[in-house]
Write a protein that binds this ligand. Structure first.
Ligand SMILES: NC(=O)c1ccc[n+]([C@@H]2O[C@H](COP(=O)([O-])OP(=O)(O)OC[C@H]3O[C@@H](n4cnc5c(N)ncnc54)[C@H](O)[C@@H]3O)[C@@H](O)[C@H]2O)c1
Length: 251
């Protein structure tokens, strides 16, 4: 599947990340989007967040990030459903369900049977090895499998790490990176690395956090002083210990 053949995007999981990903795919990239969650209550919640949420379409229009018509048309392009079959004819799937490896493996196994064979599969995992997430899909699908790691809140944060496994085809890498760019993101490429967790952003952040903990444990500086140094010296929006910006709905 090449970039110009991608017309319809399926998002598995309509939570913090899935909702945001679905939103930018419709607002910025102009794709038709189907978001799948597991029950009516969550489907309604996702729909409400897309429009009324802090980073949703209504506020984007209010603060002038989107024209009124762009917002309305984007909402019309998004379907939220609990029907897995609604993903069957999507060209690209972006998975954003909870960070549990077995759950992701199981759901990709189901998707492999339901979604058309030429569709690209990606995971927005925060850091699991992509080849492990892909273990239950067919060999032919592995050529169409990649990681697509966005940062929260997706409508405002520009990062997208694209992670490739040994089987990922160049066409797939190019298409996934192209979709991210159409959605307004800046792509960093990353090779899947068995035995690690966190790709670039989360792996480096975790290493810095370990060093910060060592400094606190050695009595060299307080947590507060470390946060102040990182936030004022590198313009980080949050440090390690105070408000944990970027996680969940915490901004
Ligand atoms: N929140 C973040 O800051 C952040 C940032 C980058 C990546 N991620 C990753 O994104 C993924 C999702 O995280 P989140 O914060 O959006 O979680 P979340 O809990 O807000 O959303 C997950 C959604 O998936 C739904 N779900 C569960 N099982 C499902 C299934 N079988 N089919 C369809 N939907 C299902 C849940 O009902 C929920 O709405 C995780 O892998 C996480 O590590 C999170």
């Amino acid at each position: 599947m090449k970039l110009n053949e991608i017309k319809k995007i399926g998002v598995l999981g309509g939570g913090v990340m899935g909702g945001g990903i679905g939103q930018v795919m419709a607002t910025h990239a102009g794709y038709e989007v189907v978001i799948r969650d597991i029950n009516d209550e969550l489907v309604n919640q996702t729909r409400d967040n897309l429009f009324n949420g802090r980073w949703g379409i209504k506020r984007a229009v209010e603060i002038g990030k989107l024209e009124f018509d762009q917002g309305r048309e984007a909402m019309e392009r998004i379907t939220v459903t609990k029907d897995l079959q609604a993903l069957a004819d999507c060209d690209l799937i972006i998975e954003a369900i909870p960070e549990r490896l077995e759950l992701k493996q199981e759901e990709f196994g189901k998707l492999d049977a339901v979604v058309k064979p030429e569709a690209i599969f990606t995971s927005n995992t925060s850091g699991f090895v992509i080849a492990e997430i892909a273990q239950n899909v067919s060999e032919s699908r592995k050529a169409l499998f990649a990681g697509m790691h966005f940062s929260n809140p997706v409508p405002t944060m520009k990062m997208c790490e694209v992670i490739y496994i040994p089987q990922t085809s160049q066409d797939t890498i190019d298409a996934v990176a192209g979709v991210a760019e159409k959605a307004g993101k800046v792509v960093s490429m990353c090779k899947d690395a068995p035995g690690t967790y966190g790709f670039l952003l989360n792996r480096i952040f975790a290493a810095a956090r370990r060093e910060a903990d060592k400094i606190v444990d050695s009595g060299i500086a307080s947590q507060e002083d470390i946060d102040k140094a990182m936030m004022t010296g590198r313009n980080w929006p949050s440090g390690f210990y105070g408000q944990r910006g970027g996680i969940g709905r915490q901004w």
